[in-house]
Design a protein around this ligand. Structure first.
Ligand code: AMP
Ligand code: FE
Ligand code: FE
Ligand code: ZN
Length: 296
């Protein structure tokens, strides 16, 4: 007993590549994960699985485990709620149709925001396209990069604090299902749903005890508690919720390459939780190939 675990740790289960709003290609990200000393990394781009194949190739080359995943956009009123999904079937018709709908909604929303911003600043849709990899899930980060390229903001974070903040008046939400639908769709596709950074606005945000209870009933597996944007007070409350509803606890970086200060491996997930996720995920398998000369 003890050391029969197949999947190496440390494990960082939340990262973004240029297939959504990260700055590194999926293969580069996996190489960076290996260089950072991780044994397992999950690729969780927003509303797309387009990076899985390239990430898997790189994972087999560098000999770390890749957990295929996604960060699904959902929404409660005006507040966005992110649901991480691991090891689901990327060809599941219900989930695939929903993410396509979200991605179309995101493009329409980004175009509308750019149209409004363009009334006050020199900026148009081509500026955003120049910052977006072909087919990538478009988000405010790409508009932020366009604002930086045009000299209207110094950094992505400055753009978020200024022009892209809802207070500035250019913000609008995009289509997204509610979190219950998100959790059910991920489970129906054989995946393992984890609520991403649920306490970024403290415990007074949109996550109530009743809502977490309902999500747990619908099949929620865990809460991403160790995340730099969860407040300390929020983390205490989330631990209480995890115990009450029997939810697992994960920790992750939410790495976006150079797009955010978050560093690979700054938070990690316990080995037994990783094993439980792998045991529950039935829609796809982790990618693992031992490097030459390594013990499996
Ligand atoms: P959206 O989903 O298009 O509204 O954009 C939200 C995304 O922007 C999140 O997934 C984050 O990755 C990113 N984001 C939010 N705040 C910041 C920030 N201050 N600096 C950089 N990226 C951010
Ligand atoms: Fe993001
Ligand atoms: Fe998120
Ligand atoms: Zn994320």
């Amino acid at each position: 007993m003890g050391d029969e675990r197949r999947f190496a740790t440390p494990a960082d289960l939340h990262t973004h590549s240029s297939v959504s709003d990260g700055t590194e290609a999926p293969g580069e990200l996996v190489r960076a994960a290996a260089a950072a000393g991780l044994g397992t990394v999950a690729l969780t781009d927003h509303d797309t699985t387009a990076g899985w194949a390239d990430a898997a190739t790189a994972a087999s080359e560098v000999g770390i485990t890749l957990i295929p995943g996604m960060e699904l956009s959902t929404r409660v009123q005006m507040a966005s709620v992110h649901v991480l999904g691991y090891l689901f079937d990327p060809n599941d018709a219900g989930l695939a149709a929903e993410i396509e709908r979200i991605r179309v909604g995101r493009r329409e929303r980004a175009a509308a925001m750019v149209e409004r911003i363009g009334r006050d600043y020199a900026l148009d849709w081509n500026d955003v396209l120049a910052q977006t990899r072909d087919g990538a899930t478009v988000g405010r980060p790409h508009i932020a990069d366009a604002l930086v390229a045009r000299g209207h903001a110094a950094t992505r974070s400055d753009a978020f604090a200024g022009i892209l903040h809802w207070r500035a008046g250019y913000y609008q939400p995009h289509y997204a299902p509610d979190p219950m639908t998100g959790v059910r769709l991920i489970r129906a596709a054989g995946g393992v749903p984890v609520l991403a950074h649920p306490a970024t606005h403290g415990r007074a945000g949109n996550m109530t005890e009743a809502r977490i209870a309902a999500l747990a009933d619908a099949g929620l597996f865990g809460l991403e508690i160790d995340h730099r944007e969860n407040t300390d007070e929020g983390k205490l409350w989330l631990h209480h919720m995890a115990r009450r509803f029997g939810l697992a606890v994960t920790g992750s970086s939410d790495y976006h390459g150079e797009g955010k200060p978050n560093r690979l491996g700054e938070n990690t997930t316990a080995p037994e939780v990783l094993d439980a996720i792998i045991a529950e995920g039935s829609g796809s398998a982790p990618y693992y190939t031992a490097p030459p000369g390594a013990r499996p």
